[in-house]
Ligand binder design. Structure first.
Ligand code: PMP
Length: 409
């Protein structure tokens, strides 16, 4: 097999320069991704040459900042194939996006006796907001289970749907199992039951082409920092009819049309949902990240990660005592591999791997109900991006083997 090289590593300052550790292996992109120079440059350019508040000033600099911020919205809209820029709301990240849907749409339309369907593989960000909404309103929260492969039990999902179902909220790619869920089918079934579909795109948008309209998503949430962009910026996409029916939940400057002493009218969508000074630099940095990803091509990134994941699955499977969670077939999963080593706590494993300069995550990955379902308290997790290659997997495998010897002595 030809060696799988990274798509690009040289654009990432993390591995360049005199004080860099060029052979450090970073396998935690599911938590957050490294940043290419182009993103850092965009942030520096904004702060050094364009810094002004948006939507307020009449002077040139403020107009330039506003244009850059609104152009970023256009870049995001194109990236996920949204109908229009008005469908794109900038948030702090996936967590905030999902909380806003639960609080605003959910808080307005969910009543006692309604049902909210999520899955057992959800990240806490797509679980706790629905759980709290259910507790607050008297709605029922239901979980779709997984099979032994870590694939969603679609038969159970079908059986769960009814006229009582109001929301189906599901992750497109699991941050633990790696499972890629059949969103289109899930959405069609949800819509046939009269429910809306909320998609957690935190682990999909960075790694594969996403078309929110083709997916049938009513809401779609993702984070900039997992896709080479800055922290503190994310996106909430919503269908216009739903956004129009949603009350804003953060009040203040920027989001109003007219304020009188005892009443206020809202600004147009999307600005009515963006109260206060937004993360201007974050939006501009996210747009730079998107342009970087688009120049490579999301198809190419997906193909690369699939090949790397297939290789890693093969190599890891050969280690006695190592258990891999999630689908065996790389075509059914994103570039995320959770694993445990018999007799070794995942935290100890990750600590020993760190001594070999291999960074993997260990813990419950913000998915405690899934850990319980899998019968573990924690796992180690390696996750890939375009700057990883076969050499990184080889270093991971060598380090796991060394850890195994270390703990068995
Ligand atoms: N959903 C999934 C599937 C995730 O992997 C994450 C991040 N680990 C989140 C939601 C939350 O993203 P953020 O912390 O950027 O809000």
């Amino acid at each position: 097999m030809a060696k799988l090289s990274p798509i690009n590593k040289t654009d990432f300052p993390m591995w360049q320069g005199a004080d860099a550790v060029p052979d450090a292996v970073y396998l935690d992109s599911a938590a957050t991704a490294q940043k290419p120079q182009a993103v850092i440059d965009a942030l520096v350019h904004y702060y050094t040459r364009q810094n002004a508040n948006v939507h307020r000033g009449v002077y040139t600099l403020a107009e330039q900042a506003t244009e850059a911020y609104e152009n970023a919205r256009q870049t995001v809209a194109d990236f996920i194939h949204a109908e229009d820029t008005a469908n794109i709301i900038f948030t702090r990240g996936t967590t905030e996006s999902l909380n806003w849907i639960a609080q605003s749409w959910g808080g307005t339309y969910i009543q006692a006796g309604d049902e909210i369907i999520i899955t057992i593989m959800e990240h806490h960000s797509n679980l706790v907001p629905w759980q709290q909404l259910a507790l607050r309103t008297g709605a029922k929260l239901r979980y779709v289970d997984i099979d032994d492969q870590g694939l969603l039990d679609m038969t159970a999902y079908r059986a769960m749907l009814s006229a009582r179902t109001k929301i189906v909220a599901v992750t497109q790619v699991s941050n633990v199992l790696g499972t890629i869920n059949p969103i289109q089918e899930i959405g069609q079934l949800a819509h046939a039951a009269g429910a809306i579909l909320v998609v957690d795109g935190a682990q999909s948008a960075p790694h594969m082409p996403v078309d929110v309209q083709a997916l049938g998503a009513d809401f779609f949430a993702f984070s900039g920092h997992k896709m080479l962009g800055p922290t503190g910026i994310g996106v909430l996409y919503g269908k216009m009819a739903l956004l129009e029916a949603m009350p804003p939940i953060e009040f203040g400057g920027e989001m109003i049309s007219k304020v009188e002493k005892f009443q206020t009218t809202w600004a147009d969508i999307p600005w009515r949902f963006e109260g206060g000074t937004p993360n201007i630099a974050g939006a501009i940095g996210l747009a730079a990240a998107i342009r970087y990803l688009q120049a490579i091509g999301l198809d190419k990134i997906r193909d690369h990660e699939r090949a790397l994941t297939a290789y890693a699955l093969d190599q890891l499977k050969a280690i006695p005592g190592l258990i891999i969670y999630g689908p065996q077939d790389a075509a059914q999963r994103g570039g995320v591999i959770a694993f445990t080593l018999n007799g070794v706590h995942p935290h100890d494993l990750a600590t020993v791997l760190d001594t070999q300069q291999v960074a993997v995550r260990a813990g419950h990955h913000c998915a405690q109900p899934l850990m319980q379902r899998l019968g573990v308290v924690a796992t180690a997790r390696a996750s890939f991006y375009l700057y990883n290659g076969q050499a990184d997997v080889d270093r991971l495998v060598a380090a796991v083997n060394e850890a195994k010897e270390f703990f068995q002595q």
